[in-house]
Structures are given as C-alpha cells and as structure tokens.
Design a protein around this ligand. Structure first.
Ligand SMILES: [Fe+2]
Ligand SMILES: [Fe+2]
Length: 303
C-alpha cells in the first residue's frame, strides 16, 4: 500500500525556472522554426510523430513530480481557503520596487552564473516590451507580472505558486498538461465539481471562476486598483495556458474575456522567450522603473 503524499513537504523543483523551461518546450515560440524531431533507430518517423512531441515523457522527473503534486492538491476548496488566507491583503505594505527586491531573496538551486534571478527576469521581460515600443502600462506589467511568487517566501509550496493554472470547481480539461495526475484529485470524483459547468454557469465569465491558486491571482488582486484592464488580464491569466494556448473553457467565457484574450496572448512571448537574451543591468535600469512605478502605483501598496 502506498501512503498518501504530503502536500507541504514537497519542493521537487531545484528552481522555479524549471517550470518555465518546461513551458518553452511544451509551448514553443510560434515565430521560430520547430526543432527537427530525433528519429528512433531503425524506425522512420511518420507524420504524426514529427508533428507531435511527447512533452510529458521528455519532462524532467522533478517537473513531473511538481505537476503530480499540483494536480493532486489544487482542489476547489484549497483555492477558496487560499483566497481567504491571502486576499485580505493585510500581511504587509510595500512598494513595487521593494517587492521586487523582496522577491529576489528567493534563493533556490538555480545556477547564478547562467540563470536569471527573479528581479532579472522581471526586468528582462519589461525591457523587451520597452524595446518593442509597447505602452508604458504594459512595460510596467512586465515588471510586476511575477511578483506574486513572494508566496514562496511565506511558506507556500511550489505547486501552490507556479505552474499552468486551470479552473477548479468544474471538470478538468484533458488538454491541461499531465491530465492523468488529476485522477488523484478528490474533485475528480466529487459530483459537485466534476461536470462540464460544475459550480459555474454558461458564460459566467472568468472573474467568477476560481482558477487553481498561484502567483497570477495574487499579483492581480494586489494590482487591480492601479493598472488598466488589459494589464490585469495579462497578470491574472499569464499562466492559464489551457485557455490562452489551448483554447479550452470557452463555455465559461463572457464577452470581456473574449475581447481581452489577445492581450494575454500578446504578453506571453515576452514572459517565455526573452530569457536567453543576456542579463539586464539592475542598477542602471532602476531609475527608469522607479519613475514608471510611481506613475501608476502609490509609494506603498497592500500585500
Ligand atoms: Fe509567472
Ligand atoms: Fe514570468
């Protein structure tokens, strides 16, 4: 008999970046040519094989274990509890730059010579938006988009902070990465939560839907009084790959969600595909970002 896995002991990933590296394999940059598949020895690849790579089989064991935990423990009730715990925003008051430095204390087993720190990733995402002439609010969105990862500093396990997000409280889409792992999620056999609509109604809109809990929802809630609507969609749904990449959950969307989908899609390449472009100079960039932050946010906000 195997014992039930414990939700809190597990930090399978050496670094949170492992999940983002996995995204890049699973969701390759559509603007780049697809890599040639490796043919099996003595076996000519057929069309289907060349078009489809088995990302799950190729994933690192740490990433697989991460998703196993995520899919097992992200239940509807878990998300309700986390929203109660965090969304009163009464833990601390700090400014955006301060929060970025605070997040940067997050030390994991990534390689400091080659891997980006959290602050460097934020600056790199923002700097690419700036170079492409995007509006100031969008550059700022790039800078704040992962600040919700400070949840890790408050003891949240990796599986409750990062990874693709998905609706809870209704049937899990088979297009979510590693769908098999949902077999261990108690909501899968709970008749309140395992139907197409579950606790929701047709066209109810994503605002009414509890996505699996993580850094997207948290930074959205922290920022929602200060940034324009497309920015808020970018923050809240940047990890909702089952929607913005796979086109799932159309039955829950309202007109506003459909209008804002393109904003989420426009943001995604800046998050995923800018990581190999050299490290930003934090000290040199700080004055620009302090000024940009002050244009939209008060000096201190609630976290
Ligand atoms: Fe993120
Ligand atoms: Fe990111």
């Amino acid at each position: 008999m195997t014992s039930a896995p414990s939700p809190n002991s597990a930090t399978p990933l050496d670094s949170l970046d492992e999940v983002e590296d996995f995204y890049k394999t699973r969701y390759p940059d559509p603007s780049q040519p697809a890599p040639e598949p490796k043919p099996k020895v003595g076996h000519a690849p057929d069309k289907k094989e060349t078009e489809f790579r088995n990302y799950e089989a190729d994933a690192r064991p740490t990433v697989r274990e991460f998703y196993r935990l995520n899919h097992t423990f992200q239940t509807y009730e878990f998300g309700v509890e986390k929203r109660k715990q965090y969304l009163g925003l009464n833990r601390m008051q700090m400014g955006i730059w301060e929060a970025a430095e605070y997040l940067n204390q997050l030390v994991d087993d990534s390689d400091p010579d080659t891997d980006m720190s959290q602050l460097e990733h934020l600056l790199q995402t923002a700097e690419h938006l700036r170079k492409d002439g995007k509006p100031r609010w969008m550059i700022l969105t790039g800078f704040v988009h992962d600040l919700g990862k400070i949840l890790c500093l408050w003891g949240e396990p990796q599986w409750a902070v990062v990874g693709d997000t998905f609706p809870t409280g209704c049937a899990f889409s088979p297009k979510i990465v590693f769908p098999k792992f949902f077999e261990a999620n108690p909501d899968t056999i709970d008749s309140r939560y395992n139907t197409k609509f579950g606790v929701y109604t047709e066209g109810c809109g994503l605002d009414a839907v509890n996505l699996s809990w993580g850094h997207d929802e948290y930074i959205y809630q922290v920022s929602k009084d200060y940034l324009p609507l497309p920015a808020l969609y970018m923050l809240r749904y940047h990890s909702f790959y089952p929607w913005h990449r796979e086109g799932e959950y159309g039955h829950l969307l309202n007109a506003q969600d459909r209008e804002q989908l393109q904003a989420v899609k426009d943001f995604n390449p800046y998050d995923l595909y800018t990581k190999s472009h050299g490290k930003p100079d934090v000290k040199a960039l700080r004055p620009f970002y302090e000024e940009l932050i002050a244009e939209f946010f008060p000096a201190k906000i609630r976290w």
